[in-house]
Design a protein around this ligand. Sequence first.
Ligand code: PAF
Length: 289
Amino acid sequence: MTVLASTREELAKLLDSARRDGIPVGFVPTMGALHEGHASLMRVARERVGSTGPVVVSIFVNPLQFGAGEDLDRYPRTLEADLEVCEREGVDVVFAPSVEEVYPGGDPQVTVAPGPLAEVLEGKTRPGHFGGVLTVVAKLFGLVKPDVAVFGEKDYQQLALIRRMAADLCLGVDVVGAPTQREPDGLALSSRNRYLSPEQREEATTLSRALYAAQAEAGHGVEAALQAARAELRRAKGVDLDYLVITDPALAALPTDPEPATEARILIAARVGTTRLIDNMSLTIGASR
Ligand code: PAF
């Protein structure tokens, strides 16, 4: 049975015996509005900790990671439905604190500085976003004290930064990335998909189509892959591209003439109506040269 904790004390009590007995704790931090993508993260956490280790899911819409004019107020809050998802997935504890519980003194004075990786891609259009993400994730790690924490590859830059934080700050948490879950037509599952009208939902599939097209052409090199993606994007009407880039898997620049069969990542962000969507996939560059 899934138990709901709203305070730090309730959470600590629920995890007390696991901690005392050295049983591994699995953790899936979320902002709620849970869908199959989140459910898949819960299953990965369960695999990692086994049937005896508690799996904790946090549900907290973190104000610190939203910029002015972003969707903090309209971000979907669906606790009852979320609890059903957690129950179905055999989650032991849901931690759903209030903003005051997480930030009792208002905005924290000490925050995590995410470094240069936070200044590119998402960080360019969302200044301050990753500082807010890393600060809340560090706090949640401090409260849950997990052995393993699972994040989706859908937010690829976020995953890279959380890995980096865990390593650089020696947090002792095994950060695991889980593959993006997709609708049958390729659209990456996202809590923000629910903002889309039926027409926009249709247009939104352009993002994954562009990435698949790039994957198919990647054997001919970076430029061929980008061209294939751009051709898909040109066909779409309501998709306003923010960025489309190919990097190395750690989000650093690729060498200008990569070796055949170089592993890479393609990342895209675009606005469909007023909704900003992101997606990414792995690529193998130059394999068929
Ligand atoms: O990916 C998310 O849902 C959030 O950024 C996270 C990691 C839960 C931090 O608020």
